[in-house]
Design a binder for this molecule. Structure first.
Ligand SMILES: Cc1ncc(COP(=O)(O)O)c(C=O)c1O
Length: 388
């Protein structure tokens, strides 16, 4: 039996998978089981931030596997202490809770916001405003937080206490930000929702109104964080630092991780017994994460990310089939004039280029370390497909 048949017989069919069995990868390139070679413009949905099997990353992860792979959170590890210190230094946050995914990081943020408010104001101030078209994860609570009706099916009853505001609609925000609200949670660039960056005016209004009412701002930077948008955090584009920022995807370069970062105002809210995770802060994940942080914070790294983003955007600007390009940095959404995004992705796969979609757009999330040669090669394939 072939790999795909074996897979389909034994794994639940929860994803629309492409017919590619990945066997190995190096940098931005990978090879299928059948020997076909690909350039990766998706990085496993923004996870392989240093590409496939980066030498230093492999070294760090393997060294950690060979020393201590797991301890439980009854004990300390040096690698978690060092990773947390570096992440706090680079992000400007006070303390971190580690989990294993974006949804878990958001669950933690939601718990902090509700307890912060309960500790200070008592019951009745538990609502959290999220934005229409947002995506915050697949657990029941983060599905409830997600502002897309399509996700609110089958699994009733959902967690209560989420109110949706239309992105960039300040009047809607003002009307709904009442005394029942303890937090506003938003993605600066809605990723799954179609790679849409929020307007600066709207973000300014969120911060201003929240400050007036002691409502916490939660930035879901699961997809936008750690250099993806050309700044360390996407909030830096807006000159803002949320009370809580959540990270996952690219943070550890390909091993599961989630992180909930809190400022001094709310970093002491969770106390022993109120939150936990068996695998959270796993030493292997922390070793991978430390390597990613060292690389992304290196001199000139983000300038290079921005130069590569500029190159992609200039190529797309010259392409006759492109209606519009959205997003920030290396988080790119392409609206097409005539072609359908899934058809383009399928065609690209056949020609050795891995792409993503987001709603009706083609989405690019290449590894942050992609070289100019591979970028040019990949863009040539993409533009040829679009203009055919
Ligand atoms: C902004 C955002 N938040 C949360 C999540 C959920 O992350 P995970 O799939 O790691 O739980 C995602 C995943 O796409 C995301 O893009």
């Amino acid at each position: 039996m072939g790999t795909i048949e074996k897979f389909n017989e034994n794994v639940m069919h929860t994803y629309g998978r492409h017919p590619l069995v990945m066997e190995k990868g190096s940098g931005v390139r990978c090879t299928g089981e059948d020997g076909m070679k690909y350039i990766d413009f998706g990085s496993g949905i923004g996870v392989n931030s240093l590409g496939f099997c980066d030498e230093k990353w492999v070294e760090a992860v393997c060294a950690q596997v060979k020393s201590v792979q797991h301890t439980s959170n009854y004990y300390y590890t040096r690698v978690q202490a060092e990773f947390a210190e570096k992440l706090c230094q680079l992000s400007g946050y006070d303390k971190i809770f580690f989990g294993n995914s974006g949804a878990e990081a958001n669950e933690c943020a939601i718990k902090i916001a509700r307890k912060y408010s309960f500790d200070k104001y008592g019951l009745g101030r538990h609502n959290i405003i999220t934005l229409v078209n947002s995506f915050h994860g697949r657990t029941l609570t983060t599905l409830s937080a997600t502002g897309q009706e399509v996700f609110h099916n089958y699994f009733f009853p959902f967690t209560e206490g989420f109110v949706n505001v239309t992105a960039n609609d300040i009047d809607d925000l003002r009307a709904k930000l009442d005394d029942t609200v303890c937090a506003v949670m938003m993605e600066y660039v809605q990723g799954e929702g179609g790679v849409n960056a929020l307007d600066k005016k709207f973000v300014d209004a969120v911060y201003e109104l929240c400050a007036e009412k002691d409502v916490l701002v939660i930035a879901d930077e699961v997809q936008t964080g750690i250099g993806r948008t050309g700044e360390f955090l996407a909030g830096d584009h807006y000159g803002k630092k949320a009370d809580i920022t959540t990270l996952a995807k690219g943070l550890a370069g390909g091993v599961p991780i989630g992180a909930c970062l809190a400022n001094e105002k709310c970093s002491g809210v969770l106390v022993p017994g109120t939150h936990g995770s068996t695998f959270g802060g796993n030493p292997i994940a922390c070793a991978g994460g430390l390597t990613v942080l060292e690389r992304v914070s290196g001199e000139g790294f983000l300038d290079e990310v921005n130069a590569k983003a500029e190159f992609i955007r200039s190529k797309l600007a010259q392409c006759s089939e492109v209606e519009a390009v959205s997003g920030l940095g290396l988080m790119i959404g392409i609206t097409l004039k005539n072609k359908k995004a899934p058809d383009v992705v399928k065609e690209a796969l056949g020609r050795g280029l891995l792409l993503l979609t987001a709603k009706d757009k083609v989405r690019l999330l290449p590894p942050l370390t992609i070289g100019m040669k591979e970028l040019e090669e990949g863009m040539e394939i993409l533009v040829k497909i679009l203009e055919a």
